[in-house]
Design a binder for this molecule. Sequence first.
Ligand SMILES: Cc1ncc(COP(=O)(O)O)c(C=O)c1O
Length: 367
Amino acid sequence: MQLVDLGVQYNALKKEIDTAIQQVIDEGTFIFGENLEKLEEEVADYCGVSYAVGLNSGTDALLFAIRNYGIGPEDEVITTPFTFIATAEVIALEHAKPVFVDIDPKTYNIDVSKIEEKITPKTKAIIPVHLYGQPADMDPILVIAKKHNLKVIEDAAQAIGAQYKGKNVTSIGDIGCLSFFPAKNLGAFGDAGMILTNDASIAEKMKMMRNHGSKKKYYHEFLGDSSRLDNLQAAILRVKLRHIDEWNEKRIQNAKRYSDLLGNSAFTTPFVLPDTKAVYQQYTIRTQHRDLVQHKLKDLGIPTAVHYPLPLHLQPVFQNMDYGYREGDFPESEKASKEVLSLPMYPELSNKDIETVANAIKDIIPK
Ligand SMILES: Cc1ncc(COP(=O)(O)O)c(C=O)c1O
């Protein structure tokens, strides 16, 4: 059994994907080109956003969002410490301070009731993360952002296709960020990401930023970067995008199966906010015996993962900066990091495998 099986997805689409790759090679257009332009249109359309700009990675999407607003030294950006490092890393890379707000222990997303107390005159933006593919509670975040004149940058790296009150994630805040890392719900065959916005001027600036601050070849208006989503990845992603709803639906069904089987057990199954659609990039359960369960599952040949074992405020990289974060600052994140366990999850995961995993878990810690 695998945690994520990318091979089965490729095999199902092999003909279409191989043809798309061969076409790009035959055309010889690798950087910029029709596939990238079409992919940008198609993803923007899918997400219900006016503009999408393809980049090297989801990390660059977040970084460019921060740079777009000129966020830098002396500024603060609010986010969650229970996420992948990239979310906060980009804030620190621009010499601003990541100001963490603890999570809601039920959803693992930022606790909206604790945001306002962290706002200072230095606060410039909020980055909610739609962790595990579950939308953060966006309405209160938008209200707070409006009241304090803050930008909202959605980290939707794990959540393409997820919806909050009928709206696709990435279309709710000022800027949305996607990752097409291979294991994501929509994964490339390498690194890729995208930034989404309804603001034409931001899209224009992001297109220049990914290409050394240049609009016209060899003329550079500001310091940019080299961060293009290449045409080969775009061609692959276009084939896959046509299947994303079907794949997300299968993930939702798999999650339901897990939750039905584990519902009356010693384990906490994922809670989904009302009026949202979670797309289960991860199916993550919770138990105080996490390490024991993970260890025993491994012995049975069942792979699992911990997303994430150390909250960001306790990461050595941030401990080495003068932010002053200490153990105990964000108790819910610290507790979650010791208790969460992600089970095998991908669209093609069989019912039999789900049953095997669920039964093994229940045997390890009976109710
Ligand atoms: C929540 C979150 N933010 C940001 C990223 C960064 O995306 P990438 O790996 O494409 O740079 C990831 C993915 O790894 C992620 O899970």
